[in-house]
Design a protein around this ligand. Structure first.
Ligand code: WTA
Length: 661
């Protein structure tokens, strides 16, 4: 079955007006027969028919699926499109929490595990759908007793504990808008977001665990609330039992709030287009923007994409390693999988605590069958070594996924061989905070995969690749990835800033949503994401994408991770600077030369790095994205002026700077 795999074949296709496509990955992996036999969607023909139907008549397609949601009141019209503002399921009333919980009550799922939670110190809690429903209702009543009403914004800053999911769903239940802020953000970042959102209530915990350390969440919130004048109340979960200062007129313990609360609470029938949540993400300017998602379209889109892409079945144990502070946690820990009735594993802590095999231990202990993680994590696993994996029984796995950035083909191969044991399909899912759900991905029972490609668009997604002038480019030519049709999960705007929404996403290429990513489409119609538009290098008139240089470096046996950025160069316009984390071996000039040769061999002389710096870590956002902006500054010898509040570990930056001296 796997004989189709053929070795890498890199090609150089240089043009001055398009992004040079320099790498072609030729290996193809068809879905394993035993997976196909049981898959929800099994044939290419079925996928093609769905895709064609959705592209030709999105309203008919999504209207047919909308019957899977619970409607308090039916909608009048599937889609109203006043570009760039979409309304889906106009006039209908539904509730995102109801669709995740109440729909399963009175069915065999009522007593099925909804959440299996593992804390970093090792404690485990299981909540069935029935139990989760009761806890959510209690907390919803608690929020109501604090005066939270429909449309009020509730800011959530919590560790990855079941109460985080409960808080989100309780907001949805009563029509409040949640704004989840990742537990690693600073008090400055919390205050900025609270003020932009005009948050009324804050929810937090005394502390949370991360790599054996306690994150002082309440302390950060106290500092943030001193600068968040709109916040009236603060609910504090006792996670550690630490004594934390409580401000009597403002702070209330979670357990006190729900002590008298009834375990049932009616779900508000919400307008289809009522805001479900805002989630702050960074744009090119450094000022975070609140991406706004609404009730019905988002609920339907996350449910359907979850079922299609993860092929979810009732007996699956599904684990997405994201944090609820990011869109992946919203869509593929909470709203998608719970609406689909899945059993969801949640883990509180770090992947290397107490040792580097924690994830494999969790998979073994809970018999995880679907595992969804980030390429950056996979590269760390590779660096930590195979012996950590070999200690564990991973035979429960049947499907693997990735999200968040492109995966280097060599990391893909490791994931496929070492974790998937060559029997699990890999779904490389491309999407964004703005898109609400997965846009491009293999369907695991249908799509032959190519390492490094997110393959093809899901039904309802009509991508195009265009020049800055809006003309479609030829096969295998890089260009801007845009989306030609509205889809139910799309963002409805930037909180409080319609103008920025219009400008950023809908004005550069008329009548198309601008993703901000570069991509190419190959001769089989497969999409290859080539990094952000601002990650493009222009070296001697040739545009190069950073991910391709990085993939070439990572394919060298000594390289664990690499980041490529441009730095100004008098002769070439931009020179290629790379930052390399070694898997083993010592930095040396000889190795530098060898890596240069390696990239030259894999891609071509035009991509050969001018500078190679060895480092023991790369500066990353807390969601694991390499902060190339900072590396660009270092490569250019500039002071960093931009926003660094999303940086996970400041010391990485300091160490990189020290090396310069
Ligand atoms: C990148 C995360 C390549 C891309 C869900 C996108 C990817 C940005 C992939 C959105 C992928 C995400 N392959 N690149 N499979 N998935 N990206 O908003 O640049 O945190 O625009 O959403 O991550 O990041 P965000």
């Amino acid at each position: 079955m796997w004989d189709l795999a053929v070795p890498l074949d890199f090609r150089v296709a240089m043009t001055s007006s398009h992004i040079a496509n320099v790498m072609q990955e030729r290996r193809v992996f068809p879905p394993p027969a035993e997976f196909v036999a049981r898959a929800r969607i099994r044939s290419q023909a079925e996928y093609e028919a769905m895709w064609q139907e959705a592209a030709a008549d999105p309203a008919a397609f999504w209207g047919r699926l909308a019957g899977e949601l619970h409607w308090f009141e039916p909608y009048r019209e599937v889609l109203q499109w006043n570009e760039p503002f979409a309304s889906w399921f106009v006039g209908g009333r539904t509730n995102a929490c109801y669709n995740c919980l109440d729909v399963h009550l009175g069915t065999p799922r009522q007593n099925k595990a909804a959440l299996i939670w593992e804390g970093e110190p090792g404690e485990v809690r299981v909540l069935t759908y029935g139990m989760l429903h009761r806890e959510v209702c209690r907390f919803a009543n608690g929020l109501r007793s604090l005066g939270v009403r429909q449309g009020d914004v509730v800011s959530i800053y919590m560790p990855m504990v079941p109460e985080l999911v409960i808080a989100m769903l309780a907001c949805a239940r009563i029509g409040a808008v949640h704004s989840v802020i990742f537990g690693g953000f600073s008090s400055e970042a919390i205050a900025d977001r609270n003020n932009d959102a005009r948050a009324k209530v804050q929810i937090t915990a005394d502390a949370g665990w991360r790599r054996g350390q306690q994150l002082p969440l309440k302390q950060n919130v106290d500092a943030a609330l001193a600068k968040s004048p709109t916040v009236e109340k603060c609910v504090v979960l006792r996670r550690m039992g630490n004594s934390v200062p409580m401000q009597p007129d403002r702070d209330v313990w979670w357990h006190d709030l729900i002590a008298q609360a009834a375990p049932d609470a009616a779900a508000e029938p919400m307008d289809s287009e009522a805001t479900l949540f805002i989630l702050y993400t960074s744009g090119s300017t450094g000022k975070p923007k609140g991406i706004r998602h609404t009730t019905a379209g988002y609920s339907l889109y996350t449910k359907k994409t979850c079922e299609w892409v993860f092929d979810l079945r009732d007996e699956d144990i599904y684990w997405c390693t994201a944090d609820c502070g990011w869109i992946t946690g919203h869509s593929y820990i909470v709203y998608g999988p719970l609406a689909a009735g899945a059993t969801v594993v949640i883990y509180e802590g770090a992947p290397n605590w107490p040792q580097e095999d924690r994830f494999w231990q969790i998979i073994e202990n809970h018999r995880v069958s679907i595992f969804y993680t980030a390429p950056t994590a996979i590269r760390s696993f590779i660096k930590w070594g195979d012996h950590w994996v070999d200690k564990h029984d991973l035979s429960s796995l049947r499907l693997l996924g990735t999200v968040g950035e492109g995966i280097n083909p060599e990391a893909w191969m490791w994931y496929h061989r070492k974790i998937g044991r060559e029997r699990c399909p890999i779904v490389d899912t491309w999407w964004q905070t703005e898109t609400g759900g997965i846009m491009m991905s293999p369907l695991p029972g249908v799509t032959p995969t190519k390492p490094g490609s997110c393959t093809r668009p899901l039904p309802g997604v009509v991508p195009k690749i265009v020049t800055p002038e809006g003309n479609e480019v030829a096969v295998n030519q890089g260009g801007w990835l845009v989306i030609a049709q509205p889809w139910p999960g799309m963002l409805r705007g930037i909180w409080g800033d319609d103008q920025r929404y219009r400008e950023q996403y809908w004005s550069r290429v008329p009548h198309h949503y601008l993703t901000g990513d570069n991509a190419r489409r190959d001769e089989d119609g497969y999409y290859w994401i080539m990094g952000r538009i601002d990650d493009v290098l222009n070296v001697a008139g040739h545009r190069l994408s950073t991910i391709e240089i990085e993939s070439a470096l990572v394919s060298h046996p000594l390289v664990a991770e690499a980041a490529a950025v441009g730095r100004p160069d008098e002769i070439k316009g931009e020179a290629v600077a790379v930052f390399v984390v070694l898997r083993s071996g010592e930095p040396s000039d000889a190795l530098r030369e060898e890596l240069r040769r390696h990239v030259r061999k894999e891609i071509g002389a035009l991509a050969q790095p001018d500078d190679i710096r060895f480092t023991n870590a790369l500066p990353k956002t807390r969601s694991g994205k390499i902060m190339r902006r900072l590396l660009r500054d270092i490569a250019a010898g500039r002071e960093t002026v931009g926003d660094t509040t999303t940086l996970e570990d400041y010391s990485v930056l300091a160490r990189l700077r020290e090396q310069e001296e």
